[in-house]
Design a protein around this ligand. Structure first.
Ligand code: NAI
Length: 244
C-alpha cells in the first residue's frame, strides 16, 4: 500500500486505532481523525514507532462543517486520500417505545449521515485519480437486528445500503466500496455490558470467543489492498460465525 494515503475516522481507540495501525503496517500513510486528540496522539505514536507516517486531525463527524473543514485541510497538508475507513460510531441504546428523537438523530447522524458526508468528501479526488477504496464499518446487528437498538440497527443497515449505492455509482472509476460488519468485539463499546449479556452473546458464537479489533483491522486491510480489486458492494461479516 506504498504511495497510498488512508483516512480513518474514530481512530483514537478501539477498532479505528487497529485499522489505522494495520493500514500503516501495510505501507499506507494514515490520517487519524477523531474527536479525542489525546487518543489520536497515542495512535500516531504507535504508527510512528512502527516506522509509519501518521497525521493527527480533530474531527466532529456529527458536524457537516467540521467534516468539510477537516477534509480540505487534510488534502492541503497531507495530500490526496485513496482509502477512507468510515469507522467512527456511537450507540445510544433504549427500547424503541421510549427512545427520544435526540438519541435517534444522534446515532443516525454520526453512524450513517457522517459516513455519507465523509465519502462525499473523498469522491472528487478518487474519481480524478480513477482509484479508491471506501470501507464502511457496519455491524452484525445491521444484518440481524437487535432489541433495544432501533437507532443503531437502522444506522448500520443504512450503512450497508450506502455501501451498495456508492459501489454502483463509483465502480466505473475503479473505486470499490465495501462494508465490514463486526460481531461482538472487545472494545470500550462492549466493555460496559453486564456479565449475563456477555455469556448469552458468547453462547451464540460458533468460534466461542469475542473478536478483537485486530480481527476487524485484518479484513479492512484486505479490502483496502490490491488483492481485493474485484470485490465491491459486499458486506464482509467478521463475527466468529455469529450470523451467517
Ligand atoms: P469505540 O467507542 O471504542 O470507538 C469509537 C471512536 O469513535 C472513539 O474514538 C470516539 O471518540 C470516536 N467518535 C465518536 N463520536 C465521534 C464524532 N462525533 N466525531 C469523531 N469521532 C467520534 O468503538 P469501537 O468498538 O472501536 O467501534 C468502532 C466501530 O465499529 C463503530 O462504528 C461501531 O459501531 C462498530 N462496531 C463495533 C462493535 C463492537 O463490538 N465493538 C460491533 C459492531 C460494530
Amino acid at each position: 500500500m506504498a504511495n497510498r494515503t488512508a483516512f480513518v475516522t474514530g481512530s483514537a481507540r478501539g477498532i479505528g486505532r487497529s485499522c489505522a495501525l494495520a493500514l500503516a503496517g501495510a505501507g499506507a500513510r494514515v490520517a487519524c481523525a477523531d474527536l479525542d486528540v489525546t487518543g489520536l496522539e497515542e495512535t500516531a505514536k504507535l504508527i510512528r514507532e512502527g516506522g509509519g507516517e501518521a497525521y493527527v486531525i480533530r474531527i466532529d463527524i456529527s458536524s457537516h462543517e467540521s467534516i468539510k473543514e477537516v477534509f480540505a485541510k487534510t488534502a492541503k497538508e497531507f495530500g490526496r486520500i485513496d482509502i477512507l475507513v468510515n469507522n467512527a460510531g456511537i450507540t445510544k441504546d433504549g427500547l424503541a417505545m421510549r427512545m427520544t428523537k435526540e438519541n435517534w438523530d444522534a446515532v443516525i447522524g454520526i453512524n450513517l449521515t457522517g459516513s455519507f458526508l465523509c465519502a462525499q468528501q473523498v469522491m472528487p479526488g478518487m474519481l480524478k485519480e480513477r482509484w479508491g477504496r471506501i470501507i464502511n464499518i457496519a455491524s452484525v446487528v445491521g444484518q440481524s437486528g437487535n432489541p433495544g437498538q432501533a437507532n443503531y440497527v437502522s444506522s448500520k443497515a443504512g450503512v450497508i445500503g450506502l455501501t451498495k449505492g456508492l459501489a454502483q455509482e463509483l465502480g466505473s472509476r475503479t473505486i470499490t466500496v465495501n462494508a465490514v460488519a463486526p460481531g461482538f468485539i472487545e472494545t470500550a463499546m462492549t466493555a460496559a455490558l453486564p456479565e449475563e449479556v456477555r455469556k448469552a452473546m458468547l453462547s451464540r458464537i460458533p468460534l466461542q470467543r469475542m473478536g478483537t479489533p485486530e480481527d476487524i483491522a485484518a479484513a479492512v486491510r484486505f479490502l483496502a489492498s490490491d488483492d481485493a480489486a474485484y470485490i465491491s458492494g459486499q458486506v464482509l461479516g467478521v463475527n466468529g460465525g455469529m450470523y451467517m
